[in-house]
Design a protein around this ligand. Structure first.
Ligand code: HH2
Length: 277
């Protein structure tokens, strides 16, 4: 079982960290509605911990392409029934939100990490909150907003632009008082990116290592997989998910946000054994 310190030093130790996705939403792209009821959500969290999740990422707002915003009050309403029980499972809990009010509520309930897909741009109070509360922060790249991000994403050099964006957001976090050692970066697979952009980022993930903080990737069940292999439903994308997890681990990513914890854990255990042989 990994501690928060294990997670934050994983880029130095090479320890692969599996983050299990828990969407408490009616509309998430791959598992919308399945874990909306509190009992089902907590049971799924327990199943993921038993399967080897090092951290659970709970979110109450879908960020799938085209999704609409969920108010902070409604996010808190969805989370209050489950967060204490999730924290009680004994692994660090991360809160997937761009709202400082929701993050503050989750930290009060025992969450340790704020996963902000806007990297502190949506709510100016979020990074100062993380600083005050000593929380770790995941800073993710996104071009545009979920409602319109897939309209026509354009980059001159996607790897360089994502790296520079994340360097700027790291500076913003540090300026707000969050120690660099409590930050994690994420290229934001599928957030304002075409297939070519996603593949270039997965292939070039080592360019982010120069930032000197752990790298998280979230390829799980995403649409780029069917863009490669032909149309498949989200729950038919495990093979593609594992390919992206393994390829990026070999290039320095150490945190993997996945829906299918046991297969990811097994793939990473074997991959690490091969690397160390
Ligand atoms: N992807 C999703 C949501 N949050 N957070 C980070 N840091 N990185 C990601 O790649 C990422 C994320 C989208 O996946 P999911 O939670 O399964 O779907 P939805 O946003 O529809 O709830």
């Amino acid at each position: 079982m990994a501690t928060l310190d294990d997670i934050l030093s994983s880029h130095r130790t090479g320890r692969p960290i599996v983050m299990g996705v828990l969407n408490v939403t009616p509309d998430s792209f791959s598992d919308g509605g399945r874990f909306f009821a509190p009992g089902a959500a907590v049971a799924h969290g327990r199943t993921m911990v038993e399967a080897g999740a090092d951290v659970l990422d709970a979110g109450a707002e879908s960020t799938r392409p085209g999704s609409e915003r969920v108010s902070p009050d409604e996010q808190i309403r969805r989370l209050e029934a489950i967060l204490p029980a999730l924290v009680g499972l004994g692994v660090p809990v991360s809160i997937d939100t761009t709202s400082a009010a929701v993050a503050a509520f989750a930290l009060d309930a025992g969450a340790a990490i704020i996963n902000d897909v806007s990297a502190g741009r949506d709510d100016p109070a979020l990074l100062p909150l993380a600083a005050r509360r000593g929380a770790a922060v995941i800073l993710m790249h996104m071009l545009g907003r979920p409602r319109d991000m897939q309209a026509a994403p354009r980059y001159d050099d996607v790897v360089v632009e994502v790296r520079d964006f994340l360097a700027d957001r790291l500076d913003a976090a540090v300026a707000a008082g969050v120690p660099r050692g409590r930050c994690i970066v994420d290229p934001g697979i599928g957030f304002g990116k075409t297939l070519e952009h996603n593949l270039a980022l997965l292939a070039g993930i080592d360019a982010l290592a120069a930032l000197g903080v752990p790298i998280l990737v979230g390829p799980s069940r995403k649409r780029f997989i069917s863009a490669v292999v032909g149309d498949t439903g989200p729950d038919q994308r495990l093979g593609g998910t594992l390919a992206a997890v393994c390829a990026t681990y070999l290039k320095g990513a150490t945190l993997f946000r996945v829906h299918d914890v046991a297969p990811a854990r097994q793939a990473l255990a074997v991959l690490r054994a091969i690397v160390e042989a």
